[in-house]
Structures are given as C-alpha cells and as structure tokens.
Design a protein. Structure first.
Length: 424
C-alpha cells in the first residue's frame, strides 16, 4: 500500500446543515441527524449526499447558502472535504381583505390598518394566533354582523392568518319616523314622498340622512301659515333631513289679511311677529305674512349692536312693541337708526372727534359705543376729558367689551382718563 508513518488516512468528512431565514422548516438526507435547526452527518470521501428541504406549515423554502446556492429544491454535495450548507426558509405572508356590505357605512380597526375605511386589505405573516378585527358603524348606521373568514355575529372577528382570507362587514342605514302634524283652525293638505296622512297626522319612515321635501296646500279661502320643527320655517317647501325621529308642524289658518313690514333708516335690526310669519332683517327686506281676521299680531323690533330703534310708522306708531288687530291688509315700517358713536349727556355724536370738539368744558365725560371706530383722535385743547368705552347702542349700560379705536390717539394738550378703550 505504501503508507508511511507521516501520512494520515481520512476515512470520513463532516457535513453540517443549518436552518435559517424568517420561516421554519427542516432538511433530510441519508446519514444526516438533526437536532432543532442543526443537522450533522459524517460521510466517506467523495460520497455524494442529496439534501432535501421540507418547509413547515406557513413557510416556504427560499434558497441555499454555503456549499449550495440558488433555489433548487435539492442540494447535492460531493464530500471531498468537510462541508456546510444552510437551508433558508421564508415565513409566508397572506392577504386579509375586509369588504363592506349593506346600505350603511362604518370603519374597522385591526393591527396594521391605518385608515379603517372599507374596503381594506392588509398583509400579515403566517400565525396561529388570531388577530382581532372590530367594526364601528358611522353615525346613522348600525353594524349588523360579520361573514367569511370564520367570523359571525357583531362582536370582534378573530381571524387566524393561515391562508388568504376575506371577511365581510355588514352595515345598515338606520331608519327613523317623520311625523307631520297639521295645526291651526284652517284646513289643508300635506304631501311628500313616502308620506301618508290620516286626519291631522301624517307620517313616513326614512333612512338616515334622507332629505324629504314636504309641500302644504291650503283649501280654497284658507291660508297656509307656515312650518315649524325639522329645521323648517316660512311658507315655501319644507326640506328636512332625517337623522333621528323628526317632527314637523304645518299650520293652516282660516281666511286672513296680510301685514307687510319693511325696514327704514341708516341702522340695522330685525322685526319678527308673534304669532310667527314675519322675519325681516335688512333694509331691502319686505316681510309679508297672513294672519287670521280679528286676531292680534305683535311685532317685535330688535336693533343690532350698533343701532337703536327709531319707531314705527304706518299701522303702528311710537317706539314700544306694536300690537295691531287684523281687520284689513296693513303696512308697517320699522325705522332703525345708527347709534351715536359717542354721547355727552343726552347729546349724540357721529364720531369720537366731534364728541371731543363738543366737550365744551374741561371735566366732560364721553361715553363711547362698543364698536370698532376707524378714525384718528387728536387732543389739542386744554381740556381734561374722561373717555368711557364699551357702551351698548342705547347707552343704558356697558356691553362688557371695550371700544376699539383703529387709528392714532394723540394727546397734545390737556389730559385724558380712559376706561374701556383699546387702541390698535
């Protein structure tokens, strides 16, 4: 044989196989013994060993590294020396899709979902631990249950990610009743899509957020006086949006006469009536409403924050509340005047400068309107003036807010004591 003492006889080479990657699996080969993710074997020189990977459930064999590379499903190793190889397994990802169903709407909550809006698709790695999906209906909808993915009922949907799955979340629009009550001494009818009437009561049932348009028609000689409730008013069509139980009243009156109200003056304000029907809020407004014969109508005037009520003319007079008895068509004019920007005693002034000039004696007190005054005030006379800002339009007291002077305040001579004035 010719072997000397210095020669070494190699009778076997070691083969080591590892398991790597995000997934799990195993390898097998003749003569290979495995413990966990480590496999070992010993082989005669030049022996050919075929190693085969087996992916565990939820994983996929990806590739080899070491003595073998690539994605070939087998690794063939010639044992001409000690060898090692790693089988790499990848954890599978599966898509979970949540679809909406029904005429309602809502959102879902589950791990990894950023919007919650349906439909939604999420990708998860294989897991035997279920993930919880919850559903929340939008306002006006109800969540009616799950289907698919092994889920049912209205609680949480617990899905095991072991394959691609699809779950359906069902939402239903809520329905609410609409009641329309016919009021008053007159007669008439109410119509609208889905409305049915029996005597003085009309009703219908509608899905959430449905807009319902109602129309009222008075009988010959009678008058439709207007709507109330459901966000409706006036005598035109009533369009109400159904978001809960809704009640609307339609008032019909017997033969009537008109009151026409218009506004005059350089100020601003509103005129309303009791009973309702008139609401006039600007100079171009002409409010006309019909009222039952021989009834008493109260007209209320409300000046805006920088105006005063100047009085009634036409069918009413004076400055107190207007009461008029309906015997024929009537016209009423409400006059609103701009409040003085400042007052000294009982004298009003249209600007702060004019009031300063009008302060004839030192020690005068100027009461100033709670308003934004755009002017410059130059104090150049030898007067001691007290300026008190923030007064209501009728100067009956303070509003609680300061007067704002948007201009330059210059005190050249004299003195100024200020209360309730902000200069910008």
């Amino acid at each position: 044989l010719g072997i000397t003492g210095a020669d070494t006889v190699i009778t076997a080479y070691p083969l080591t196989s590892y398991i790597g990657g995000s997934g799990t699996g195993s390898v097998s080969a003749a003569g290979l013994s495995c413990a966990g993710s480590l496999c070992k074997g010993s082989y005669a020189p030049n022996a050919v060993v075929v190693i085969t990977p087996q992916a565990a459930t939820g994983s996929t064999f990806s590739s080899w590294s070491g003595v073998c590379t690539g994605t070939n499903p087998t690794c063939t190793v010639t044992m001409d020396r000690g060898r090692s190889v790693t089988a790499i397994f990848t954890r599978n990802n599966y898509t979970l899709t949540v679809n909406p169903s029904g005429n309602g709407s809502g959102t879902i909550t589950c791990p990894g979902l950023t919007t919650g809006t349906l439909p939604a698709s999420m990708v998860y790695p294989y897991s035997t631990t279920p993930i919880a999906i919850t559903a929340k209906p939008d306002t006006g909808s109800s969540f009616t249950g799950w289907s698919g993915g092994g889920c049912s009922g209205t609680g949480s949907c617990n899905v095991t990610i072991d394959q691609a799955k699809s779950v359906t979340a069902s939402f239903t629009l809520n329905t609410y009743p609409l009641y329309v009550l016919k009021l008053g001494e007159g007669s008439g009818s109410v119509t609208g899509s889905g409305i049915s009437c029996s005597g003085a009561l009309c009703s219908g049932t509608y899905s959430y957020n449905t807009q319902v348009t109602l129309a009222a028609t008075a009988e010959t000689g009678h008058t439709f006086a207007g709507w109330s409730g459901g966000g409706c008013s006036g005598t035109g069509a009533c369009t109400t949006t159904i978001r809960n139980l809704t009640k609307v009243s339609a008032r019909f009156e017997p033969p009537t006469h008109d009151i026409t109200v218009s506004l005059a003056g350089d100020g601003g304000g509103t005129v309303t009536s009791n009973p309702g029907g008139i609401s006039c809020a600007n100079l171009s407004c002409t409010g006309t409403a019909a009222f039952a014969y021989d009834s008493t109508v109260e007209l209320l005037s409300t000046p805006d924050a920088i105006s005063v009520f100047g009085g009634w003319s036409g069918a009413c007079s004076g400055q107190s509340t207007c009461f008029t008895v309906i015997s024929a068509d009537k016209t009423v004019i409400a006059t609103f005047n701009l409040a003085p920007k400042a007052m000294i005693g009982t004298t009003g002034y249209t600007s702060l400068n004019l009031a300063y000039i009008g302060a004839e004696v030192s020690g005068s007190t100027l009461l100033v309107l709670d308003a934004e005054l755009t002017e410059n005030l130059n104090m150049n006379s030898y007067k001691s003036i007290t300026l008190k800002g923030g007064y209501k339009a009728d100067y009956s007291g303070k509003s609680g807010m300061p007067t704002v002077l948007k201009g330059i305040l210059t005190i050249g001579t004299g003195s100024l004591t200020v209360e309730g004035l902000a200069v910008k």
